[in-house]
Design a protein around this ligand. Structure first.
Ligand SMILES: Nc1ncnc2c1ncn2[C@@H]1O[C@H](COP(=O)(O)OP(=O)(O)OP(=O)(O)O)[C@@H](O)[C@H]1O
Length: 250
């Protein structure tokens, strides 16, 4: 099933997701029965206190880690049913990633970094789409530069373009602005939002920053490994207020 009850397409979802790290006395239940859908062509932010399971949810939803129980889907593909080879292909062909550390290849130019996933897939990609992306991230005059010659914000913009290069079903971003000053961070968040609104792509972003979350169409809140709330049309103030409610009164 790829639709929700409202008829919106679902890019990714987890159902009754449980993730336990370790075993016995030291076991940590990072996800404790989370069910959440990430609608296609939407920008969803995942928020919650430190240790609430945000990164674990992102990693399991993206096929970077496996659930202890429950199911994770990309489109109509259930990840638990895939062997290692198919999972690798799915991550390569249908999912994009942006991490806090830009993870660019230092010896390659900006242009080569952007198209690297396509070359690894043995596919030149769609030149028109790559061209559009280069304009979306504003890097046309930097294409022959190497990462060391770029600012942090520019490096993350390369990583954003790379994540979208293969037209993935969904781009997962884990604290993509964590290393950036607020201005560069705003630029990168604006790009993620534009990629969703102008090109109909899907983004799921983990952040601890209410200002970052306010760039999303919707925020989902985790606490203690559970989904506790969703907020449409978020503002930074409303997200901050919701986060304050998680704080234990002293
Ligand atoms: N590899 C691991 N081994 C053991 N425990 C882990 C591992 N990864 C995460 N955890 C634990 O699982 C829980 C959830 O961690 P997770 O990183 O998903 O939270 P988070 O909400 O992303 O936190 P933060 O905002 O601090 O990054 C935490 O208690 C964490 O210590």
């Amino acid at each position: 099933m790829t639709t929700t009850t409202t008829g919106t397409r679902t890019a990714a979802r987890v159902v009754d997701a449980v993730k336990v790290y370790g075993a016995g006395d030291t076991a940590v239940r990072a996800l404790d029965g989370v069910s959440v859908t990430f609608p296609a062509a939407r920008f969803t932010a995942v928020m919650g206190p430190s240790g609430s399971g945000k990164s674990t949810l992102l990693h399991c939803a993206a096929g970077l880690d496996t659930l202890t129980r429950g199911a994770a889907w990309i489109g109509d593909t259930e990840l638990g049913g895939l062997d290692d080879r198919r999972l690798t292909l799915l991550r390569r062909d249908r999912v994009g990633f942006v991490f806090q550390a830009y993870n660019l290849v230092p010896t390659l130019t900006v242009a080569e970094n952007i198209t690297l996933p396509l070359h690894l897939a043995g596919d030149g990609g769609d030149p028109e789409w790559i061209d559009t992306l280069i304009d979306v991230v504003g890097l046309r005059d930097r294409l022959r530069h190497r990462p060391a010659e770029l600012s942090g914000g520019q490096r993350q913009r390369v990583a954003v373009a790379r994540a979208f290069a293969g037209r993935p079903d969904v781009v997962f971003a884990d604290e993509p602005t964590g290393n950036l000053d607020s201005r560069s961070g705003e630029e990168v968040l604006g790009l993620l939002g534009n990629a969703v609104r102008q090109t109909g792509r899907t983004v799921v972003m983990v952040t601890h920053d209410p200002v970052a979350a306010a760039h999303a169409d919707e925020v989902v809140f985790l606490a203690d490994g559970r989904l506790v709330d969703r907020m449409e049309v978020p503002t930074a103030d409303a997200v901050l207020d919701r986060m304050k409610a998680f704080e234990v009164p002293s």
